[in-house]
Design a protein around this ligand. Structure first.
Ligand code: PLP
Length: 444
C-alpha cells in the first residue's frame, strides 16, 4: 500500500493524539514516522527505510511480525463467528479453549481465566477482585494494594495507581486512596558493597516493613512484575521473590504477578513465575498472549480466590463488551501453537537471548559510558553512566536513556530509553545475524 507521507503527517499533527507523546516535540521533529509494513524483526516506514525493531513493538510481538497463520486464524474466526460475548449464559469455542489452554500452561492452582482487552483493564479487574474477596472473607478493611517504585501496570486509574511512577501520578491526582509503594529490587542502584543476594532480601523486607507500618489487617495484596519492564528492566536477585512469597504468606497478603511483559517466553520460561518460583494468587497476562496481533488480556485467578468469589460472591458485576472476544482468542490459540511448535521459550532462554547478551558485551566491552549490561532471556538493558567505575550518572535528570533512544531511532534501530538506560526486548525469533546488527547499531 503506498501512502502520501506528507499528507498523513499533516493529518496526524492536526488530529491524532499519540499515547505517551510530547506533541510539541513531535511537531518540531516534523511529525511521526509512518510504519507501513513489518516482517520478522524488521519494520518498513513510508519512505521505504527498514528499521530493526529490538523492542518487539511494545514488548509484545514475541513471534515476530508478518505471521500468515495468525492472519488466517483471525480471518477464519471472523468468517465463522465475528463476535459473540460471554455475558449471562453464552460463550464461544475459542474463548473456552483459550481459558483451558492458559490454565494448563500457567503454574498449578491458576485454573480460571477472566478476559479483558489490555493489561491495564486486567489489572483494574484484579483490584476489584481483591477487594471483593477480602470483603467476602469478612475483612473489608483489607484494601491497600502495595506496588513498587518503577513498577508499571497500566494507565487506567487503578492500574496507574499501582505504578511506581511519580510523573504519572502527578497528572490526574494519583495514586487513588489505598495504594502504597515500596522500593524496587534494583541492584545497580542499591546493591553497593552488600552483594546481590543480601540486597534482594533487603529489598523484599521493605515490603514487610510497609505491611507492618500500615497494619496487615489493612493490606490486601502486593503486585510485582517478575522482572520490572517499563521501569527499566530491573532484574531482581534470586533471593528477592522467595522472600516476598514468605512475607505475603505470613501476613495473609494476596500476591499478584504481573506477567504482561514477562509471560509467553520472554524470560526463557513460559512465565516469569516459573523462573523465580513465584506462586501467585493472580497473574496478569497480555501482550505476548497474541504477540500483539490483536488486543487481548487475561487475569488468571488462583483457586483459593476463585473458589470464594464464585461460591460466595454471587454475580461479579464486571466485564467488558469484548471480554473473551472470539477473534482475539482464536489468534491467541494460534500464537501459543507457534510459540510451542517453534520452541521459542527455549530459544529465548538458551539460544538467542544469551547470544544477544554476549554480542552486546563483546561489542560494548570497555565502552566508557556503559556501566552494566544485564539481561534475562530475551529482555535486557544497557545502563549508561558518566563514570563506569564510580557509577556516577550524567546530569540531565534521567533523560540520558531518551537521548540514546533518539540516536538509535535516527540510526534505524528501535530500543527504548528509560531514565539512564537503553532497553531491549526483541521478538524471540530474532536470528543471530540480526542480533549482531542490534549490537553494532547500539554501539554506534
Ligand atoms: N503491566 C505491565 C507489566 C506492562 O508492561 C504493561 C504495559 O506495558 C501493562 C501492564 C499495561 O498494559 P496495556 O498497555 O495493554 O494496558
Amino acid at each position: 500500500m503506498s501512502v502520501d507521507t506528507a499528507e498523513l503527517k499533516r493529518l496526524s499533527g492536526a488530529h491524532h493524539w499519540h499515547p505517551f507523546t510530547d506533541h510539541k516535540e513531535l511537531s518540531a521533529l516534523g511529525g511521526p514516522r509512518i510504519i507501513t509494513h513489518a516482517e520478522g524483526v524488521w519494520l518498513t516506514d513510508s519512505a521505504g527505510v527498514r528499521i530493526l525493531d529490538a523492542m518487539a513493538g511494545l514488548w509484545c510481538v514475541n513471534v515476530g511480525y508478518g505471521r500468515r497463520e495468525l492472519a488466517d486464524a483471525a480471518y477464519g474466526q471472523l468468517t465463522d463467528l465475528s463476535f459473540y460475548h460471554g455475558f449471562f449464559k453464552t460463550t464461544t469455542a475459542p474463548t473456552v479453549q483459550l481459558a483451558a489452554r492458559l490454565a494448563e500452561l500457567t503454574p498449578p492452582g491458576l485454573s480460571r481465566a477472566f478476559f479483558a482487552n489490555s493489561g491495564s483493564e486486567a489489572n483494574d479487574t484484579i483490584v476489584r477482585m481483591v477487594r471483593h474477596y477480602w470483603a467476602l472473607k469478612g475483612k473489608p478493611g483489607k484494601k491497600i494494594i502495595i506496588g513498587r517504585d518503577h513498577g508499571y501496570h497500566g494507565t487506567t486509574m487503578a492500574a496507574a495507581s499501582l505504578n511506581g511512577m511519580p510523573a504519572m501520578h502527578a497528572q490526574g491526582g494519583l495514586p487513588l486512596p489505598d495504594f502504597a509503594h515500596v522500593m524496587a529490587p534494583y541492584p545497580f542502584e542499591g546493591q553497593g558493597e552488600m552483594g546481590a543476594e543480601a540486597f534482594g532480601r533487603l529489598a523484599a523486607r521493605t515490603l514487610e516493613e510497609k505491611i507492618l507500618q500500615l497494619g496487615p489487617e489493612n493490606v490486601a495484596a502486593f503486585i510485582g512484575e517478575p522482572v520490572q519492564g517499563a521501569g527499566g528492566v530491573i532484574i531482581p536477585p534470586d533471593s528477592y521473590w522467595p522472600e516476598v512469597g514468605r512475607i505475603c504468606r505470613e501476613h495473609d497478603i494476596l500476591l499478584i504477578a504481573d506477567e504482561v511483559i514477562c509471560g509467553f517466553g520472554r524470560l526463557g520460561h513460559w512465565f516469569g513465575c516459573q523462573r523465580y518460583g513465584i506462586s501467585p494468587d493472580f497473574m496478569t497476562l497480555a501482550k505476548g498472549i497474541t504477540s500483539g496481533y490483536i488486543p487481548l488480556s487475561a487475569v488468571m485467578v488462583g483457586d483459593r480466590v476463585a473458589g470464594t468469589l464464585i461460591e460466595e460472591g454471587g454475580e461479579f458485576y464486571h466485564g467488558f463488551t469484548y471480554s473473551g472476544h472470539p477473534v482475539a482468542c482464536a489468534v491467541a490459540l494460534a500464537n501459543l501453537d507457534i510459540i510451542a511448535r517453534d520452541g521459542l521459550v527455549r530459544r529465548a532462554g538458551e539460544e538467542i537471548g544469551p547470544y544477544l547478551r554476549t554480542r552486546l558485551e563483546e561489542v560494548l566491552d570497555g565502552h566508557p559510558i556503559v556501566g552494566e549490561i544485564r539481561s534475562e532471556g530475551m529482555i535486557g538493558a544497557i545502563e549508561i553512566v558518566k563514570d563506569r567505575r564510580t557509577r556516577e550518572r550524567f546530569p540531565g535528570n534521567g533523560r540520558v536513556g531518551l537521548m540514546a533512544r533518539d540516536h538509535c531511532f535516527h540510526n534505524d534501530l528501535i530500543m527504548r530509553g528509560i531514565r539512564d538506560s537503553l532497553v531491549y526486548a526483541p521478538a524471540l525469533t530474532m536470528t543471530e545475524d540480526e542480533a549482531d546488527e542490534v549490537a553494532q547499531r547500539a554501539r554506534r
